[in-house]
Write a protein of this length. Structure first.
Length: 251
């Protein structure tokens, strides 16, 4: 038995290492942060909806949940749709998409549940220059993705930094070590850091919005949960008082 435990313990690090791909960065988003969700919705409709739909969401529901006035929603977040009650679908046809990208951009309604928020966050932070690709970029998290770096204006481009490692047979390999922002001439390190921090916040808001879209009922469920807990707390006071009353005669 001891031996078995010991071998399990020894195996553990190899298992961890085997399952360890590229570490994801934490999105740390908060679906109760309305300002972040509003910004996320604006970013999504401006930068993503050219290619990706949210076929189960309606503009009106999003406006209501995120407390965006309908006229602002219409003016700033709706480009192809006329009516606020419409579903957030897009005009791009599958056949055209296939000929442009080789893959149709998927609907992103449940992407936060399918991939997880950390994955989307890391994906949007990990585009890097790769001249061999038709889009001019590759991605550390989603290798050889057909998606272009659509947020390049906000982040800029990143260079891959490779490191040479020697394997057990003595062969040398280039392994991607990290990504480094390519800064325009004259940009100081501090300005560059600020730009990357701003970009991280932008991506967090986008991921936050996709998290909300994946489960819009989360709001209602949590609010209901709070009421239920308050009710139970209230009931406890009465139950306790009642118990005291009953036991008074017994003691
Ligand atoms: C110019 C078109 C285009 C735009 C704009 C675009 N995407 Fe994409 N996106 C694609 C394509 C094409 C794919 C499929 C990539 C693949 O399978 O290789 C994709 C895939 C994705 C995926 C991965 C889906 C999966 O298969 O798991 C995510 C997440 C994503 N996009 C998010 C976004 C977000 C967020 C935005 C807005 C900031 C955005 N995309 C804007 C074209 C686009």
């Amino acid at each position: 038995m001891k031996k078995l435990l010991l071998s399990c313990l020894l195996l553990l690090p190899t298992l961890v290492l085997a399952s360890e791909g590229i570490a994801l960065q934490h999105a740390n988003n908060d679906v109760y942060d309305k300002a972040s969700l509003q910004n996320g919705a604006k970013l999504f409709t401006n930068y993503c909806m050219g290619c990706h739909s949210l076929q189960y969401s309606r503009f009106q529901r999003v406006a209501k949940d995120l407390e965006i006035p309908e006229d602002i929603m219409k003016a700033n977040l709706m480009f192809t749709s006329e009516k606020i009650g419409e579903l957030m679908t897009i005009g791009m046809r599958k056949k055209e998409a296939l000929s442009w990208f080789g893959v149709a951009p998927p609907d992103l309604s449940v992407i936060a549940r399918a991939r997880g928020t950390d994955w989307i966050y890391s994906f949007l932070l990990s585009f890097y220059v790769d001249e061999s690709k038709p889009t001019g970029v590759n991605n550390l998290i989603f290798k050889d993705t057909a998606m272009p770096h659509v947020l390049w204006e906000l982040q800029g481009y990143q260079m891959p930094i490779y490191e040479e490692v020697t394997d057990e047979e003595g062969k040398k390999h280039q392994v991607l070590e990290s990504l480094e922002p390519i800064n325009p001439a004259g940009m100081t390190d501090e300005e560059s850091k600020r730009k990357q921090d701003d970009y991280r916040r932008t991506v967090r808001d986008l991921v936050n919005f996709l998290d909300y879209v994946g489960e819009p009922a989360k709001f209602q469920r949590h609010y209901l949960g709070i009421w239920v807990l308050l009710f139970l707390a209230f009931l406890f006071v009465f139950a306790y008082a009642l118990k005291k009353e009953f036991w008074r005669d017994v003691h």
